[in-house]
Design a protein around this ligand. Structure first.
Ligand SMILES: [Zn+2]
Length: 470
């Protein structure tokens, strides 16, 4: 029988208790494991919950006692990989859609556009998040680090509640501002939004599903003292935009520029801000002392530094030494967003490879749909596109790219990375299939997938993630 040419649409997950034996062109995960051709024995342990029983060559998997009674699914022209993690996105901006970046208006002009377009109504936010979840699923994303953005009415967790009902797993970071005249309001507002949502969103780190986190927006909108207070809140992961744009660099170093103009324009400016900024520091060095004091946070209280496009030698060494000192920090790199804002024109190439080499885990994120193209979105709101960009542009080892998009992303969000590996038996977050045709014995399944030009699709149409602790 000829194997199907494509991954069939509408392939249902196995029913609870059922086992399925996948026969695929190739199989790989981020640990270096691969099998060409490959086979995998999975069992449904509950609705949407899959467990790996065995993975390897067809002969190896056939030796498993459950193999004989398993339903065989022949996907001989696709490679199968673990489902993906999108460690940084803004699902509540999905309704805005892709927009070109106006270089003349700069980052603050772009922020003005987002402020105009941002929704405040909970139902409308819910619809935008739902559309974003659907786009994530189209691209094989099983877990997200999502920012529940802050409208002018104050921090809100409507996005978290929608995400929690979607079947997508992850952390919803409630965003807040807190600088100048508004420095006392943002964090308490975010805590209130989290408390209000915690009856409906799992705040318990032990649970699979969606957890809540804190997102101080960025150093140009949140004072150092407020960062310190946010890091003193325990039991929540924390994410922040950091070292993203030239405008942020100018503001932190000099206390001037478009970011200050924005604060003045919205009535948030207060000269007290100059006690912290305008001291010639980079954004990373500006927050380094506060980060260095954030020791003793467990893996569910991770700190995610998003972007870090602006990273000089001292910044890099400082982040590495803070991480070495036991601070549970991660960098999240959004390659297509950095390219969209032309970060490399000012800061040079992103230093993610050096960060990895110095022991800083780097997870991949997409940022919002605004900075992607319609062509990108045709393959979903997915870190698969980020992996492809880095592979083609920088020639990164495909297994490293898969780690940045699976195990490192999971760890950054405080989930178990094992749910994104095939090399042990147990729950798996999900499976993606990429149509590649048949592989040669020495082919790397991840590389062939990345160069196929094909999207990463969930293998099963109701393939919900399963991130329960094991
Ligand atoms: Zn962002």
């Amino acid at each position: 029988m000829n194997p199907p040419a494509t991954v069939p649409e509408g392939l249902n997950s196995p029913v609870p208790g059922e086992s399925v034996c996948l026969r695929v062109a190739g199989l790989a995960d981020a640990s270096g494991f691969s099998a060409v051709p490959g086979s995998m024995l999975i069992r449904a342990d509950g609705p949407g919950r899959l467990a790996v029983l065995a993975a390897g060559s067809q002969t190896e998997v056939a030796g498993h006692p459950e193999s004989a009674k398993a339903r065989v699914l022949d996907l001989g022209r696709s490679v199968v990989l673990p489902a993906l993690v999108n460690a940084h996105t803004h699902l509540d901006l999905t309704h805005v859609g892709p927009r070109p970046f106006d270089v003349g208006a700069g980052f603050v002009g772009w922020v003005d556009m987002v402020r105009r377009e941002r929704l405040a109504d909970a139902d409308a936010i819910g619809r935008s998040v739902r559309a974003g979840v659907a786009l994530g699923r189209e691209g094989g994303v099983a877990a997200v680090g999502d920012i529940a953005g802050c409208p002018s009415s104050g921090p809100q967790a409507a996005g978290a509640m929608e995400l929690a009902q979607s079947g997508m797993r992850g952390v919803s970071f409630v965003e807040f501002f807190g600088i100048g005249r508004g420095r006392e309001r943002g964090l308490p507002g975010a805590i209130r939004a989290i408390e209000a949502a915690s009856g409906r969103v799992s705040a318990e780190a032990e649970e699979p599903g969606v957890r809540l986190g804190l997102q101080p927006h960025a150093p140009s909108t949140v004072s150092l003292r407020v960062y310190e207070s946010a890091l003193a809140v325990r039991g929540l992961a924390l994410s922040t935009h950091l070292a993203e744009t030239p405008e942020e660099h100018e503001f932190i170093a000099t206390g001037r520029g478009p970011q200050r103009d924005l604060l003045e324009r919205i009535g948030a400016w207060d000269d007290v801000i100059l006690e912290e900024v305008g001291k010639g520091l980079t954004p990373v060095m500006h927050v380094a002392g506060v980060l260095a004091g954030a020791k003793g946070r467990d893996r569910r209280e991770s700190i995610m530094l998003v972007h870090v496009n602006d990273c000089g030698d001292e910044d890099l060494e400082t982040l590495a030494s803070v991480r070495r000192s036991g601070v549970n920090l991660f960098v999240v790199y959004c390659p297509r967003a950095s390219a969209y804002f032309r970060a490399a024109d000012t800061f040079g190439p992103h230093r993610y490879k050096e960060m990895l080499a110095r022991g800083i885990p780097v997870a991949l994120g997409t940022d919002s749909v605004i900075n992607l193209s319609m062509e990108d979105l045709a393959q979903g709101l997915s870190t698969w596109g980020e992996m492809r960009l880095l592979y083609h542009r920088d020639g990164v080892d495909p297994a490293v790219l898969l780690a940045m998009s699976t195990t490192m992303g999971a760890s950054a969000l405080g989930f178990s990375p094992e749910a994104f590996l095939f090399t042990r038996t147990g729950p798996i977050a999900g499976l993606i299939a990429v149509e590649t045709g048949e592989l040669r014995p020495d082919d790397d399944p991840i590389r062939v997938g990345l160069t196929s030009g094909k999207p990463a699709r969930f293998l099963f149409n109701n393939n919900e993630s399963c991130l329960a602790e094991t």
